[in-house]
Design a protein around this ligand. Sequence first.
Ligand SMILES: [Zn+2]
Length: 99
Amino acid sequence: MRKQHGPDLTRKVKPISRCVTCHGRGVTRGVFYEMECGTCAGTGWVDHATGQAMPAEDLVFTLSHRLLHLEQQLATLQRMQPYESSNRRGPHGSHRTGD
Ligand SMILES: [Zn+2]
């Protein structure tokens, strides 16, 4: 096995963080309208290591991996927890963070 130089073609899940400039919304509030966030290039996410916007294909791969993982977790939780008790707060006191 020889080591090869050049671009790494293997897709990897990279650590990402919500953009602190736009709080993950992808837009910042202008005077009259919302503008695309320059820090994260409008994606709402940045590379955790650098705090910079990351290439779209890497971001999509990472988000898709996360989404899959979350969907699996959700399915597990829904199986474990009957609907009528689903509004109980968990041990971590998590709550909905939607709009
Ligand atoms: Zn942003």
